[in-house]
Write a protein that binds this ligand. Sequence first.
Ligand code: ZN
Length: 293
Amino acid sequence: MTMLFTLSKLDLRRLLCLLLMVTGVKLTRNTYREELLLLVSFDGFRWDYLERDLTPTLNDLAKHGSRGGYIINPFATKTLPSHFTTVTGLYEESHGLVGTKMYDPVLNETFHRNNTSIEWWSQTGQEPIWITNQRQGGSSAVIEYPGMDVSFGGMRPDYEYSHFSYSVPFDKRSDFAVSLLANGSINFAAIYFHEPDLTGHQHGPDSFEMNDTLKLCDNTVKHLMKELKKVNLLHEVNIIFTSDHGMISVDKSRTIYAENYLNDTIYPHFTTEDNPVLSIWPRKGKFGTIYCH
Ligand SMILES: [Zn+2]
């Protein structure tokens, strides 16, 4: 994660409440109704994007709320693993989702991002905070956040928004959460936005296109705050704006194609595409050959 700050009432008492939710301590429904929490993640929002003078709304919130000085990313810095760390409180090696594509020698299967099998998502019995919230008497909405399609212990989010399309305006996702908070249906919502990560991959983090996308992200926040104000919730909801990782330009001329060095007679399972980390599973007795290249 590269950015974390909160707005308004996230004082010690509320933080304690959140921690209790994570650790599974039983709270009363009344306690939940008092505590409304909105978790908002902008994918790949690098920490210094706030320094470009393009995000007045976010900067204003950081100024009047509280902002973390820094955050240490979980390893590996990849969207799905990092986002699942945020909502489980577990490092990736503990929740087990260490990539978007990965091989598991115990299951003898390869995971792909659309796999919703519980064997992958709850290897040590973990669950995301929206499920913990529901088990403790709260009600959750999940809007495009990674893991929302998975059933944990037979439970799915009470409310899901899964109309993923690049053409659907971001504001619709915010409106969905605000409407549920306003009518008292939920006390927690997690919203995921796939920008500015997409623009960063397509055009680079230092591109003109990125600057336009940062303005879009800021306008999304501006709209969210405006809608919360309309329903008199602006000062009632704790909001966490965060991200999962940063991004940096790389020189493609320095690319090394691992496929040129790995063949399936020795390495039947290796994942290179779509992961920032190369994973190699050699055949039995061939482990030492990794170091010969
Ligand atoms: Zn990401």
